[in-house]
Each structure stands twice: as C-alpha cells, then as structure tokens.
Design a protein around this ligand. Structure first.
Ligand SMILES: Cc1ncc(COP(=O)(O)O)c(C=O)c1O
Length: 461
C-alpha cells in the first residue's frame, strides 16, 4: 500500500505480514519475547508492528501496509508523527551539539509555558518518563509530610515502580469494612515489605474512600490518582468525588498528586485538573508534553511543596538525561503549537465526530458497546450495554475481551491500528492525534463498520 492509493476495505482485508514475521524470528533470538519492550507486542500479530516509517496520522509497516493509527505511541504522539515544526526544533538542538546534562534558555521557557498552562504548576522538575515522575512525586510527598503511606485507587496506573504498582490490572474485589481493597502487586518482584506502605481503595466510591481516610487518619503521605481513568478504558470521574478527595487530602495533610501522564494536555492545556476544576498539590506530566513521542516528563506543583526538592530542600531528584536538549527543544515547539488559538476546539470537534460516529456504527451493526471518550483518548467497552461508566468493577466484570480481540484483528486487516496487549479486564485506551483529519475519521468509521461485521461473523462462526 502506498500513500496515494486508497484501497477498498476488502482489499485491505488481505494484507501481507511476511517481512514483519521474518524480523520477529530474528528478534526472538536476542530479546525476551520479540521486542525490546514487551508492551510493544501487538496481540493481533503476536509480535510488534515493525515500522518502516511514521508520518502524520499514519504508520507504515515493513510489509508496505499503511494504518490509520489510534495508538499514537501509547498516547505520546499527540501532534502526530514527524511534525515539521517539532522536527525542525529538534534538528536545531542536534546542530547545537546534541548534549545532555546542561541547560539552555529553552529549558526556562518551556517551564514558564508549563506553569502558564497547568493550574497546579508553580515550579517544574524534569524527568524522562512517567514512571520516574510519579516516583519522584511520591518521594517528595513522603519527605514533606514525614509520612510513608500512599493511597491509590483500584484500576489506576502510575508506572512500573514498587511505590504504587498495585491493583491497576487486577480483578475488581470487594472492599473490607475499612474501604480497603486486598493488595495485589501488578508484577512479581515487589518485596512484601512494600505492602505496608500502600493502601488501595475504590474510585468514585465515597463510602470506601472515607472509611479508608478514617482508618488511616494522619498516615498518608499522598493520595495519587489519574484524574480520568484512561488506563482502564476512559472511565469517567465523578466531579463530586474528585472534590471530596481534594477536601479530604487537605483536611488530612496528605499531598494530592494528579498523575496526568496520560491526561495532561489531552483535553485542554490544563489537562484533567482544569477539566475537573480542581487543583492538586503535585502533578506528573509526560506523553503529550513531548508532543511527538519525545521522552520528556515532569513533576510540577505548588511552590512550597516543590521547594522540598534539592537544592532548596532535601529530596533529591535529578538525572543525566532529564531535560535533554533535543527533547526540550521539540517539546517547547509542541507546547507552542498546542497553545495556538483554535487547537483544542479542533481536537474537540474531531473527538465528537469520532465518538458519535463510533456509537452510530456500533448501534447500526447491533454491537453492544459503550464508547467513552474525553479529549483525544477513548475506550470501546464491548459487551456493556449502557453508559456512562464510572466504576472499575462494572467495566472489569462486563467487558467482552474476546470480542474486542477479534475486532482489533479485523480492524488491523483493514488498516486501522488499535494496539492490544492481549486478553485484558478493561479496554485499552486508544487515541487520535492533531494530525488526524475529518477524512481520516470518516474513513475510520467505514473501516470500523466493516471490521465489526467481520468480527461478528468470526465470533458467531
Ligand atoms: C497515568 C500514567 N502514569 C504513569 C505512566 C508511566 O509512564 P511511562 O511509560 O512513561 O513510564 C503511564 C504510562 O502509560 C500512565 O498512563
């Protein structure tokens, strides 16, 4: 397939994958699995999608197949691939000598723009990834409060470290009389000693949350949450619940951390906190901050808390590669693009067109599913008849993961890339970018309809 050839959905249902399979065989001899990072393995292919190039809203694999992309590098490519302005800015940094562990005026400029965009941001500290940013935020919260416990919510994901990687992808369970969910680490290798530092409760469930706060009064260093549960398929946040969490954190003296690694800049410059109208104490940012998939992240927050960081405070958070010049230059240009008038209006209009269109196609094909979307990211909750969905337990119990897998495979054959990790309890989050056009969305809806019909045949046969 080439750029300028539009193939019918029937033709697209016969793509070739031989070259990618050949690379997978080679890779399997040197990686554990077929990828340098296993999250890249597509459940539909049983291996990563090996790319030849990426441009705008499209991925081009080594077999010559072109896909309209709805993965966008797990949400990191917010402006689309190969954005000419971001690319130029990065090339400028390359020309400067491509250094790290030094600073430029651009570092101060991007920090100014972040403070101007994100309500909670008065000071900025860079990280490379979301995982590092949440780790740093929790460490800082512990240092400034002198407490050790972390309160997190079932179904929320905060990166792959020992401090909070619990119950993000586990079956929903009933809380005990103190509102606590039985702790379940999301990976092997977390020492049991860490268990005493984490408490998990239900999201959007005031009773469980309040019981937990009563039980652990004065013990929490922080309450960490995704302001929208994108990681569980875009489960919405009850604004009253969010207000209660804010109030309780303040009353208890716990630091409220909004993990906006995925939600930051996604539905507006101020991200989830602006959407909810709530200002947390600390915020973690990554993904869309890098505009086009650049590894740049940050902890931002209120000055008096951020000044707990070195060199003013005693909490050390630093790194050789943080605020890498190339990523700062690229991200600065990306942020300037996001701040241009009309940017979010256009994204909002595309979101409406896509989500309304998907709902129409699902209902027209008689497929039970709920589409939940906010800003540029969404989830398709196959098997669930009615939304809106506010509870992890409802999604984890109702989601038809088997049908989802068949649909994703049929979509792939038709040139739509929706990344899937394999059978999961909740839908994966999908998303579009600023490079997607109305035409891409309309083409997507046609291909989705065809993929749904094929998936229904495959599932019933
Ligand atoms: C809300 C949230 N926090 C943290 C992370 C971890 O970020 P990273 O993969 O950059 O380490 C992710 C990644 O998906 C995320 O969605």
């Amino acid at each position: 397939m080439t750029d300028n050839v539009t193939l019918s959905t029937e033709q697209q249902a016969q793509p070739q994958f031989a070259e990618g399979d050949r690379i997978a065989e080679r890779a399997a001899k040197v990686f554990v699995g077929t990828a340098g990072s296993p999250g890249r393995t597509s459940a539909m292919l049983g291996r990563p999608l090996y790319l030849q190039k990426a441009d705008g809203a499209y991925l081009y694999d080594v077999d010559g197949n072109r896909y309209i992309d709805y993965h966008s590098s797990s949400g990191a490519t917010f402006l689309g691939y190969n954005h000419p302005r971001v690319k130029r800015a990065m090339l400028e940094a390359v020309e400067m000598g491509y250094f790290c562990n030094y600073e430029t005026e651009a570092h101060a400029e991007i920090a100014e723009l972040i403070c101007d965009s994100v309500p909670s941001a008065e000071r900025v500290r860079f990280s490379n990834t979301g995982t590092e940013a949440t780790l740093a935020a929790i460490r800082l919260a512990r240092a400034v409060t002198g407490r050790s416990k972390v309160l997190k919510f079932e179904g929320h994901f905060h990166g792959m470290h020992e401090l909070a990687w619990y119950n993000s992808r586990k079956p929903a369970t009933e809380p005990n009389e103190h509102g606590e969910i039985e702790l379940a680490a999301d990976t092997a290798g977390i020492p049991a000693e860490f268990d005493s530092t984490v408490v998990v409760t239900r999201f959007n469930d005031p009773e469980s949350f309040l019981a937990c706060m009563r039980r652990h009064k004065g013990e929490f260093a922080c309450i960490i949450m995704e302001p929208i549960m994108y990681n569980a398929g875009c489960i919405y946040t009850d604004p009253e619940f969010a207000a209660m969490v804010r109030e309780q954190a303040t009353a208890d003296g716990a630091v409220l951390i909004y993990d906006e690694v995925l939600s930051g800049f996604r539905m507006g410059l101020g991200g989830g906190q602006e959407h909810l109208g709530i200002t947390p104490d600390l915020t973690t940012l990554a993904k869309a901050l890098g505009g086009c998939g650049l590894p740049i992240a940050a902890v931002v927050g209120k000055r008096e808390i951020m000044e707990g960081l070195n060199p003013i405070g005693k909490t050390v958070v630093s790194g050789t590669y943080t605020g890498h010049v190339m990523h700062v230059y690229g991200a600065l240009e990306a942020l300037k693009i996001m701040r241009e008038p009309g940017f979010y209006e256009r994204m909002g209009a595309l979101a409406q067109r896509l989500y309304d269109g998907l709902r129409e196609v699902l209902s027209g094909t008689g497929t039970p599913a709920v589409v939940q979307g906010l800003g540029a990211r969404f989830g398709i909750h196959f098997g669930i008849e009615a939304g809106p969905l506010y509870h992890y337990r409802d999604v984890a119990r109702g989601f038809d993961s088997a049908f989802n897998a068949v649909f994703a495979r049929e979509a792939l054959k038709r040139g739509l890339y929706l990344h899937e990790y394999g059978s999961s309890l909740t839908p994966n989050h999908h998303g579009f970018t600023a490079a997607h056009t109305e035409r891409d969305i309309d083409e997507t809806l046609d291909r989705t309809e065809s993929a749904l019909r094929a998936a229904q045949c495959a599932s019933s046969g």
